[in-house]
Structure formats: structure tokens, C-alpha cells
Write a protein that binds this ligand. Structure first.
Ligand code: ASP
Length: 332
């Protein structure tokens, strides 16, 4: 029987109804009472890293999870992480960058309704995540609503429906129906190697979503802070205001002159940023901004945090690495 380590971090999955709001409860201890059948799929041990709403997850939790995986890497065949849906994408993306040389499945899952409720999606998600973690899938994935996605390609798109996640620009890694379909052709082609955990992140990264009439002086004031990298979530294919009085180009120029990195992602969900398509993107490119291609804004933020953590103030190295896929988060 395969051995799976279940790592709990919190989220709705293990919450209990308290005073009308969902609060983290001591629920996980009772997980095997609610889903005893997982023990028929694999030999399971559990480890609780935290029991919090995922809005409170930060770099220190990413590091703790990676440490638990690394300490138990040789003794288990796969890892399942129960996590709140709100920031699951960020954690999955961070782990995909941290777990260099990964050759075993690391699958995050959670639920829209707690495990204790009759009409819960937690049972289905947990059972299938555990089952998929017994397969040879060398990826950090998110399993939700019968699909396994590459985690760093996902977005939380639904608050109400059971299909909380989608992977707009990359096909699923597996699907579950009557049977289990594994799409090996979509797996990362990694050179097998030893697991090497890269733990440094910088939190000196900031994300700005633009909108019509956004005040440029607000952005300019951000330049006085110690931000190392900006993600600008722009319009469409990466377009920004570029006319007199509205233009964001002076902001980009000044940031680049100050040795900061500016990357452009998009507010659109599907498709890729192309800064050569319109003058409103071309001016940003000429000012020194980088294109996120088909990377999500979430992946771009975590990638900058990771690259600045790894390369410190070596902006040129950060720029060079930003254009390389680290764990299949982008296809240029
Ligand atoms: N607020 C919860 C969390 O992310 C939502 C969920 O788990 O679905 O922890």
C-alpha cells in the first residue's frame, strides 16, 4: 500500500459552524471518522501545520509546509495538503517554485462546504486527492471538483459553486469520473533529481490593479517605498493609459531607473499578455516593463517574491529568470 502524508493548514474543509460563522475547529482530528474509506486507498499519516483561514497564510506557512514535505520526503509516496480555497493558488504556486527537483505528487485540496456537513464537497475532494497522490505525478497540483490542475496555473473563480478553481491557460493534469484519466502529456518534463527546498521569499513586492482614471500620483508615491517589484494588472493584452495627464509610462520609467522590476499581467482571465499588440502596451514595454505572457497575476506575484528572495537585489538576474518557466507556470 502506498504511503500518503496528509498535511492540514485549515480552511472551510475543517471548520465548524460556530455562532453562524465558520471558525476553525478541532475538526481535523476527526477526519478519519468522517472519511474512513481513505484508509482503504493508502496508508495515511497526518501532520497539522496550522488550522487557520487561508487569508492568514503567509511566507512562514509556505516554508513550514515545504519543511514538512522535505523531512518526510523519503518515507512517503505522495503528499496531500488541505488548505482554504482563498489563497490555495498562492501556496501551490510557492510550493511549485520551492520544491526544486520534485518527483512525487503534492496535491492541495479543500472544500466549499465543511466536511461535517451532509452536502459537502470535502469528502469527494479528499478521497480523490488521496487517490491521485498514489499515482506518479511529479507536480504540485490542486484537486477540486473532479479535476487536477497544475497549481501555479489556477485561479479561484467561483465562490459559490463546487468548481472553485479553473486553469484558464493550461489543460488539467487528470480528471476523475467513473474512472481516472491521467494526462501524462501535460506533466512537467523535469529532470529527475534530488529534492532541493528553496526557502527564501521577499515580501517587497506590490500589485496594482489599474482602472479608468487611476491617479498616477498615487502610484508615484509607491516609488518612495522599498518595493523591489511591481505587478501591474493591466487591461486586455497588457494595455495601460499612455496619454498626457493619465499616462502610467513615467511611473514605469522611474521605477526601472530606480532598479525596480515592473511586470505587466492582465485583468482578463483567458489568453496572454502581448505588449507589442497596441501602442498602450508597446509604450510600457519600451519603458522597461516585462510581460507576464500567459502567467496569472497570482503566479507573477509569487514568482517575483521568489526571485527577489533568491537573487536579492540582483535585478538583472531577476529579470532574466522572470522570462524562464520555473515550474511550468508560463509558456512563452
Ligand atoms: N475563507 C476560507 C479559506 O480560504 C475559504 C475556504 O476554505 O474555502 O480559508
Amino acid at each position: 500500500m502506498k504511503r500518503i502524508l496528509l498535511i492540514h493548514t485549515g480552511g472551510t474543509f475543517g471548520m465548524a459552524l460556530k455562532d453562524g460563522t465558520l471558525a476553525p475547529g478541532a475538526f481535523i482530528q476527526r477526519i478519519f471518522e468522517f472519511v474512513p474509506e481513505v484508509k482503504r486507498i493508502a496508508e495515511i499519516e497526518s501532520h497539522i501545520v496550522a488550522n487557520i483561514d487561508s487569508s492568514n497564510i503567509g511566507i512562514e506557512h509556505w516554508v513550514k509546509i515545504a519543511d514538512v514535505i522535505s523531512a518526510n520526503y523519503d518515507s512517503f509516496d505522495g503528499f496531500v495538503i488541505t488548505h482554504g480555497t482563498d489563497t490555495m493558488t498562492y501556496t501551490a504556486t510557492a510550493l511549485s517554485f520551492m520544491l526544486d527537483g520534485l518527483s512525487k505528487p503534492v496535491i492541495l485540496t479543500g472544500s466549499q462546504r465543511p466536511l461535517s456537513e451532509i452536502r459537502t464537497d470535502a469528502r469527494n475532494n479528499l478521497i480523490n486527492a488521496v487517490e491521485l497522490a498514489t499515482y506518479s505525478i511529479p507536480e504540485v497540483g490542486i484537486f477540486f471538483n473532479n479535476k487536477l490542475f497544475r497549481g501555479n496555473r489556477t485561479k479561484k473563480l467561483n465562490i459559490w459553486g463546487f468548481d472553485a478553481f479553473d486553469s484558464p491557460n493550461y489543460p488539467p493534469l487528470a480528471e476523475v469520473g467513473v474512472g481516472i484519466e491521467i494526462y501524462e502529456e501535460n506533466f512537467l518534463k523535469r529532470e529527475g533529481g534530488k529534492l532541493n527546498v528553496l526557502k527564501n521569499f521577499s515580501d517587497k513586492v506590490f500589485c496594482v490593479k489599474i482602472f479608468p482614471s487611476v491617479r498616477v500620483n498615487y502610484l508615484m508615491s509607491l516609488l518612495n517605498l522599498d518595493v523591489q517589484g511591481f505587478v501591474i494588472e493591466a487591461f486586455g493584452s497588457g494595455n495601460l493609459p499612455n496619454i498626457e495627464g493619465r499616462s502610467l509610462i513615467p511611473f514605469i520609467k522611474s521605477a526601472v531607473e530606480m532598479n525596480k522590476v515592473v511586470v505587466i499581467s492582465t485583468q482578463a482571465v483567458y489568453g496572454r499578455v502581448d505588449l507589442t499588440l497596441y501602442q498602450c502596451g508597446k509604450d510600457a514595454l519600451d519603458a522597461g516593463a516585462l510581460s507576464c505572457g500567459d502567467m496569472t497575476t497570482e503566479a507573477a506575484i509569487v514568482k517575483l517574491m521568489f526571485l527577489f528572495g533568491r537573487y536579492g537585489g540582483h535585478t538583472e538576474k531577476v529579470v532574466e529568470e522572470f522570462y524562464k518557466p520555473l515550474a511550468g507556470e508560463v509558456s512563452f
